[in-house]
Design a protein around this ligand. Structure first.
Ligand code: SAM
Ligand code: SF4
Length: 325
């Protein structure tokens, strides 16, 4: 699908739930209002949207949440998505807490890649950021995932700009195993607005002081999106940066998002999009579904305005756990 700015949209992020077993302070407020369960799309509805999307040119799908592994049935969904003609890759982003016990089934279902979000390796700091004492569960999940070399593994870390978060510790995960560690700049969405975050250059300087020069990676493409990677001497994996604020990449944006309630969002920062659940649940045809998806795409904003003042009435009020990141 080519949008009005000439961008090829081939990547869909599907949020399967707004529930989560963590409460990361920059993502999900304690008092968040959860969506009524009846509003959350069922597996068959998700597959129907994915089939329509695949016919329009989507070939890569990321399953997200909330926390996708708190929703039962992920292997079945992955299996169903992988069967859709045109879908080449199905990946998932998770906090890893429930990963250890589900890893074998996810692999069996055909999962192609995993991103595990992990912001700290220190117990106290992890708990301060994630709101729960589940560091060991996340680490066990990562260890389990490493047993499946056919599934690519990345760690996502959001620098908050708080002194106790040791970013070098997290980066070191890429030293001994084939894990790529990516630093994601804090975006001013939902709870994220309360944090200043840390810009890419600052993180890069910090890592270089500890590990030596970060050399731009020139190997084969490592993912679906805007992450740029560096190699570090003696590191098995690479270090990546996703810097939506300091290195705005909207002109290359290839993605759209489906919330757990079936709202198709065409840009993270704006509410612009279409309600697909209404079509799914009111007897709409596949043609109608596809027409609506294309209408939404025709209005996909040119880019975010994180550093400027965006039009208030169209600015997203949801928090990231309700969108899926
Ligand atoms: N629970 C899963 C996880 O943590 O990977 C999936 C959902 S979570 C919303 C997806 C990603 O969004 C996580 O890597 C999280 O760190 C990131 N995220 C949440 N709020 C953010 C913000 N304000 N700025 C940048 N990234 C954010
Ligand atoms: Fe949950 Fe992921 Fe948000 Fe943390 S970042 S609260 S794990 S949805």
């Amino acid at each position: 699908m080519i949008d009005r700015c000439g961008r090829n949209i081939d990547y869909l992020r599907i949020s399967v739930t707004d529930r989560c077993n963590l409460r990361c302070i920059y993502c999900m407020p304690e008092q968040v209002r959860l969506v009524d369960r009846t509003c959350i799309l069922q597996e068959e509805e998700l597959l129907r949207v994915a089939r329509a999307m695949a016919e329009l040119g989507i070939c890569k799908i990321k399953i997200t949440g909330g926390e996708p592994l708190v929703r039962p049935g992920m292997p079945s969904l992955i299996h169903g998505l992988k069967e859709i003609p045109g879908i080449q890759k199905v990946t998932m982003t998770t906090n890893g807490v429930l990963l250890k016990d589900q890893m074998a089934d996810l692999a069996e279902a055909g999962l192609d890649g995993l991103n595990v979000s992990l912001d700290a390796l220190d117990e106290t700091c992890y708990e301060r950021i994630a709101g729960k004492k589940y560091l060991q569960d996340t680490l066990n999940g990562i260890r389990e995932a490493l047993k499946y070399p056919e599934i690519s593994l990345k760690i996502n870390c959001v620098p908050l700009g708080i002194p106790e978060q040791d970013l070098c510790d997290v980066a070191e995960l890429a030293r001994d195993s084939r894990i790529h560690v990516r630093f994601i700049e804090m975006m001013p969405i939902g709870q994220g607005k309360a944090f200043c975050g840390v810009a890419e250059e600052e993180v890069k300087n910090l890592l270089e002081r500890r590990f030596g020069r970060l050399i731009p990676y020139r190997g084969e493409r490592l993912g679906n999106g805007p992450c740029h990677y560096y190699t570090v001497e003696n590191f098995a994996g690479n270090i990546g940066f996703i810097s939506a604020v300091s290195h705005k990449f909207c002109s290359e944006c290839n993605r759209i998002r489906l919330t757990s309630q079936g709202y198709l969002k065409t840009c993270l920062q704006y509410t612009t999009g279409r309600d697909l659940r209404r079509i799914l649940r009111s007897g709409g045809t596949d043609e109608e579904l596809k027409k609506t998806i294309l209408e939404a795409l025709a209005e996909k904003p040119e880019g975010h305005a994180f550093l400027e003042k965006a039009p208030e009435d169209e600015t997203e009020k949801l928090c990231m756990s309700q969108i899926g990141g």
